[in-house]
Write a protein that binds this ligand. Structure first.
Ligand SMILES: C[S@@+](CC[C@H](N)C(=O)[O-])C[C@H]1O[C@@H](n2cnc3c(N)ncnc32)[C@H](O)[C@@H]1O
Ligand code: SF4
Length: 345
């Protein structure tokens, strides 16, 4: 029988485990503090527990750890890209970025992705599997230990679709926010989705004050369908309605990600229609010049067009910024580093 991963367990789940083992439940909080507060890597390191109890735990459980396979350091701005090996040999990537207001980490939520967006390297080999809560958490723990830093902001914008791995992502959010763990405020966490409408409603019911970010990329149904196959399942209107509900429930401003692709979604017509569909919505738009990938011919919108697109949104009273490019010298697009590594190995 395979062992259970203690890193993926909430305090309540650890309590149930201790009851099952015939032990006192206060051990659950101690165990949680050592795994998520101190970020220890093996059951034997939880020295607050007796040797006998650790042996008993070792029979049932384990602690999942990622291994750093590679780290690329930007000489421009301190951005670091990590390739991690999971225990089953799969490879994932994460990014650490330094900002004035703190350190931000972009984590992956799946190995690959099944959504098939044309411009995204993460999906080119499809979905391999979901990450467990422990594997999402450990991207942050390993980076903190490697760099001797404390992460202040987390974005779920690495490879994978977080709402396609809903339960594990929710468990991740609970644990990373917990006061006995890393205690990261929900307001410092952003979850980005391609727009899985029923899950947006479900997330709204959780009423967590995280920032929800929607990858929109086109205000027109037909052209969105061309670049994001998921659009065939959920229309833009359904997404906007779900966003309205989310705002009503959580009182949080929504972010819309808009990757600008030359000749595809970057004309004045698109900027005007985007302004129209977002009119009156509590939201912010992030414009992201495409980071071209080898697998497609798509290229990035010229910066003067990006500025023009921004001006049109501003004129229509839409709050907007152009996402600053981080780590320009190591800036493989999301999922590209992993693909290149797998090809060369
Ligand atoms: C990799 S996705 C992960 C989260 C989620 N699956 C989503 O689509 O929002 C995070 C963001 O990166 C963007 N992205 C993916 N490939 C890109 C590329 N080549 N250039 C610029 N942005 C890209 C996506 O559109 C999305 O807004
Ligand atoms: S952009 Fe997001 S949803 Fe689309 S393929 Fe990439 S990771 Fe998946």
């Amino acid at each position: 029988m395979s062992k259970i991963d203690l890193k993926s367990m909430s305090i309540n789940q650890l309590k149930s485990l201790y009851i099952e083992l015939g032990e006192k439940t206060f051990r659950a909080e101690q165990t949680f503090k050592w795994i998520h507060g101190k970020m220890i890597e093996s059951i034997d390191d939880i020295t607050v527990l007796s040797k006998k109890l650790r042996d008993k735990l070792n029979e049932k459980g384990k602690i999942t750890n990622l291994k750093i396979v590679k780290r690329l350091d930007s000489k421009l701005d301190g951005t670091k890209k990590y390739l991690f090996a999971l225990e089953d040999g799969n490879i994932i990537e994460s990014v650490m970025m330094e900002y004035q207001h703190g350190i931000s980490v972009c984590v992956s939520t799946q190995v690959g992705c099944k959504m098939g967006c044309t411009f995204c390297a993460s999906t080119k080999d499809g979905l391999v599997r979901n990450l467990t809560a422990g594997e999402i958490l450990d991207q942050i723990y390993q980076i903190q230990k490697d760099m001797d830093i404390k992460v202040s902001n987390i974005v779920l914008m690495g490879s994978g679709e977080p709402l396609d791995n809903y339960d594990n992502v929710l468990k991740f959010l609970e644990i990373i926010h917990h006061k006995h763990g890393q205690n990261v405020g929900y307001r410092h966490i952003t979850l980005s989705t391609c727009g899985i409408v029923p899950k947006i409603y479900e997330l709204a019911e959780e009423n967590l004050p995280i920032t929800l970010s929607i990858s929109l990329h086109s205000p027109f149904q037909h052209s969105r369908e061309e670049i994001m196959p998921i659009a065939r399942k959920y229309s833009i209107k359904e997404i906007v309605d779900a966003c309205k509900y989310y705002i009503e429930k959580t009182n949080r401003r929504i972010t819309f990600e808009y990757t600008l692709i030359e000749g595809v979604n970057d004309s004045k017509k698109e900027a005007l229609e985007l302004s129209h569909i977002l009119e009156g919505l509590l939201c912010h738009v992030n414009l992201i010049p495409l980071n071209p990938i080898k697998e497609t011919q798509l290229s990035s919108t010229k910066i003067s067009y990006v500025e023009e697109f921004k001006r049109i949104l501003e004129k229509n009273k839409i709050s907007v910024t152009v996402r600053r490019k981080m780590g320009g010298d190591i800036n493989a697009a999301c999922g590209q580093l992993r693909r290149d590594y797998l090809k060369n190995e």
